[in-house]
Design a protein around this ligand. Sequence first.
Ligand SMILES: [Zn+2]
Ligand SMILES: [Zn+2]
Ligand SMILES: [Zn+2]
Length: 139
Amino acid sequence: MYRIVIGLENKMAVVRNTKAQEAVLELLQRSKKTLTADDIINTIDVSVNKTTIYRMLDRFVAAGKVHFVTDTAGKAHYALCTSSCLQSHSLHNHLHFQCKICNQVECLPVKLEVPELENYEVHDMQFLSVGICFKCKQV
Ligand SMILES: [Zn+2]
Ligand SMILES: [Zn+2]
Ligand SMILES: [Zn+2]
């Protein structure tokens, strides 16, 4: 009996995780801005804890579905990968913009050149510009 209950609970957890995964991808698809793990937790209506969300996002990043940029406070902001990504998804050489007023981070369709560094192996590169976004500038 105990075992059956555990089995059922696991199954329910799997279903919940699949639902959560779909919800997270859908949310990232719909969002014009990048999203933090907190944004995601506060928006999707499937209840999942932070560890699960981070694990999920890590998997999406490894699979080349999602990339992230770290803001000036060290917080990761996630965005869906697009066809403009390098095929390997190892380097995301487009510009990101962090607004000092609304604190939102967005991907900008501006490509930056990745320099060849002799004797160095580059695994990751983040391009973040900081300032005031067009929306906050209008106010
Ligand atoms: Zn990518
Ligand atoms: Zn702003
Ligand atoms: Zn981006």
